[in-house]
Design a binder for this molecule. Sequence first.
Ligand code: ZN
Length: 167
Amino acid sequence: MEMKIRTYGDPVLRKKSEKIDDINEELLELIEYMKKTMYSASGIGLAAPQVGINKRLFIIDIGEGIKTIINPEFIESNSSIIEMEEGCLSIPGTYKKVKRPEKVTVKYLNEKGEEIIEEADGIYARALQHENDHLDGIMFVDRLSTVGKKLVSKKLDAIKKETLKNL
Ligand SMILES: [Zn+2]
């Protein structure tokens, strides 16, 4: 089953998601649906709130296989800040450069419930931070400069209008 991808303006994208305390059949089914949904939309990452579920879960596939990330926590690290272009399945057709740490260390559970600690850089580090933001109701356009925000405001207004019409 493919799920509907929620778009900018949908209140579900602005809620803080809840920690998952049981990796059960229902959750594994949700993960399968999310994978189908992400691949069919040609995305490299998808967070549960983007399909209307406010749980701390996302999936990433940057071309090196699928990763399921449950209850992620970022461990403080000193990293330089770099700019990289980002897009989002919830904000179709909008790509902008965003400043974020180049490297991150993340601790999470995979879908087998195993605790994983990973150091990441490049596109993977970027995707981890972008998707994690979704769990806190933050979208990448929130992280743009004042000028950057101005440049996307019309587009965002248009997407929001369409979203609200179809809610
Ligand atoms: Zn996104």
